[in-house]
Design a protein around this ligand. Structure first.
Ligand code: DX5
Ligand code: ZN
Length: 221
């Protein structure tokens, strides 16, 4: 199944609830929430109070992307704020196995994210422990950056590794994803697509529908 996860980082923060409702009503399955701590990544975004306020606006899956050092410290608070799927960076967890288990024990789905320069083989020991793998296709920290072309090969490689083990784990791509390159990413083996600037520029509802139309076409090929 193909899933669209609009990133609210590119939304208008003065009317965030409304902007979340727009993409949710248009049919986006996930809401992608980028939490940044100013340490793992240069920028600071938002945290638990914003997530729990937004929880009232939609029942879509809250896909929380933690760009935070040692994100396990916040897992329980994020569960309480309404996170459904918690994604942590391999590069930010000293004890990744422990953090994965902690998230599962709290009853959330778990994802592990990799920066562009981190090879997919680093996840070989935990592949069957996670619900989703997030491949960053830009350096995390900011919206509106250009897709890094070599990450396409990482998608292919990871899908092949998963297939070899008979796993149908979700592969999420985040950064520089738009209507112009999403088909190529689908062909490579990704099935969950984060899009910030591509969704929130001009008409967000129309952009969501355009993505979903492509998903529909590809699924019925
Ligand atoms: C970047 C964030 C992304 C970002 C994507 O660090 O993880 O989710 O919002 O933005 P676009 O789609 O504009 O590249
Ligand atoms: Zn993200």
């Amino acid at each position: 199944m193909y899933i669209l996860a609009p990133s609210i980082l590119s939304a208008d923060f003065s009317k965030l609830g409304e902007d979340v409702k727009t993409v949710s009503d248009a049919g986006a399955q996930y809401i992608h929430l980028d939490v940044m701590d100013g340490a793992f990544v240069p920028s600071i975004s938002f945290g638990m109070p914003v997530i729990s306020s937004l929880r009232k606006t939609t029942d879509r899956v809250f896909d929380v992307h933690m760009m935070v050092e040692e994100p396990g410290r916040y897992a329980a608070d994020l569960k309480a704020a309404g996170a459904d799927l918690l994604c942590v960076h391999q590069e930010a967890c000293r004890h990744l196995d422990r953090t994965i288990n902690q998230i599962k024990e709290l009853g959330m789905k778990v994802g592990v994210a990799l920066n562009p320069a981190t090879p997919v083989e680093t996840l070989s020991c935990v592949l069957d422990q996670v619900d989703m793998i997030l491949l960053m296709s830009v350096n995390p920290g900011f919206g509106g950056q250009k897709f890094i072309p070599y990450t396409l090969d990482k998608i292919r490689k990871l899908r092949a590794m998963l297939n070899e083990r008979g796993l149908q784990t979700d592969i999420q791509v985040d950064g520089g994803v738009g209507l112009g390159n999403v088909r190529e990413l689908m062909d490579a083996g990704a099935n969950v697509f984060v899009a910030g600037s591509a969704v929130y520029k001009n008409d967000a509802a129309a952009n969501v529908k355009a993505f979903l139309e492509i998903f529909h076409e590809e699924a019925n090929k």
